[in-house]
Design a protein around this ligand. Structure first.
Ligand code: KG4
Ligand code: ZN
Length: 336
């Protein structure tokens, strides 16, 4: 393929476009966040998300091309998230990508958003270079532990049985009156708190299980705050964060040992969390296992990771037609 990869992402509440080279150098990574639109409702309103994507998508594409210093004629392939996510939101990106690919006469490649998060690790300065990898994808909707045995070869090892890690952060933030989105707010507050001030439960489930559960912790935080309104919120935030982080670190590195991993990748919006990043770095050093954590801008939803994943699909011969549809419930192992 000649040219650059144009990536589009509209699965939730960020309208994003990015231009990436076949060497996975990011030339631009434009993200238009809708956080302000949804904040007053305490969560993402799907209908509003679709409308905002529609207003913004071509503006964002134009800016991504400008910032990259390329024109539409330089685009060799269009990659777009087609699931999982909100159906109306996904459809905006998928339709725009089809129009662009058809108009430019270039290939279209659909990308699984969760695989996209994993590929954010390949945008790092030092991308992983030894298979297999154990990848933890922690976002607002997912907590997935994945064995990646090569490009496009994913095996789900464990996932959450109830709330996703990001959801737990958002709900704990609501309990503490911190507003939406809660993850960054808890992160900031937790830095000033004592994680040992409160002992919250850690759900390890059955011995050897690589699944997760966060709903018990969510309830424990709610009950604790009701019964102990005098405890400083920064201590509750720090103790809550530590309870989530302990389980995520322990299970990820247990999986890495069990499967003889050559490295670990931490990805998804919650990978932006300071405590989680620090704990992963400390454990990887203690175990002598290479770790890749993407830069902050590639942890939360973005289109550079979609372009990177799309490029690898393209290299393996994947092409999608104009019948590509949004698949809101797409599973992690689908669409390789
Ligand atoms: O990957 P992402 O941007 O969107 C989804 O695909 O869901 O993840 C969003 C989630 C939200 O739940 C948000 O609260 C959480 O990531 N998040 C964080 C932080 N930044 C974002 N959670 C904890 N600490 C953070 N710094
Ligand atoms: Zn995401």
């Amino acid at each position: 393929m000649d040219g650059v990869i144009l990536g589009l992402e509209t699965s939730c509440d960020e309208t994003a476009a990015a231009v990436v080279t076949p060497e996975l150098e990011v030339l631009s990574n434009v993200i238009s966040s809708q956080v302000e639109v949804h904040a007053k409702y305490g969560g993402v309103v799907p209908e509003l998300a679709s409308r905002k994507h529609l207003e913004n998508i071509m503006v964002v594409v134009q800016r991504a091309l400008e910032e990259a210093g390329v024109s539409l004629e330089d685009v060799g392939c269009v990659a777009v998230t087609y699931g999982p996510g909100l159906v109306g939101a996904l459809l905006v990106g998928v339709s725009a990508a089809k129009g662009l690919a058809y108009g430019l006469g270039v290939p279209l490649v659909g990308v699984n958003h969760l695989q996209g998060h994993i590929y954010s690790g390949f945008l790092a300065d030092r991308p992983p270079d030894r298979w297999p990898l154990v990848c933890l994808v922690v976002s607002g909707g997912h907590t997935d532990l994945v064995l990646m045995e090569g490009h496009g070869r994913f095996r789900l090892l464990g996932s959450t049985r109830d709330d996703a890690a990001g959801e737990a952060f958002d709900k704990a933030a609501r309990t503490l009156g911190l507003g939406y989105p809660g993850g960054p707010a808890i992160d900031a507050l937790a830095r000033r708190g004592d994680p040992g001030a409160v002992s919250f439960p850690r759900a390890y489930l059955e011995p050897g299980s690589l699944d997760f559960s966060f709903s018990g912790l969510k309830t424990a935080v709610l009950l604790y705050v009701r019964e102990h309104p005098e405890t400083p919120p920064e201590d509750v935030a720090a103790a809550f964060e530590r309870a989530v982080v302990d389980v995520l670190v322990d299970k990820t590195f247990a999986a890495a040992r069990r499967y003889g991993a050559g490295g670990v990748v931490l990805a998804g919006g919650v990978a932006a969390n300071t405590g989680l990043r620090e704990a992963f770095i400390a454990r990887s050093e203690a175990e002598g296992l290479p770790l890749v954590i993407p830069a902050l801008e590639y942890c939360t939803d973005n289109a550079a990771m979609i372009a990177a994943c799309g490029w690898h699909r393209f290299r393996r011969g994947a092409r999608d037609g104009l019948d590509l549809d949004a698949v809101p419930g797409l599973e992690l192992e689908e669409g390789c």
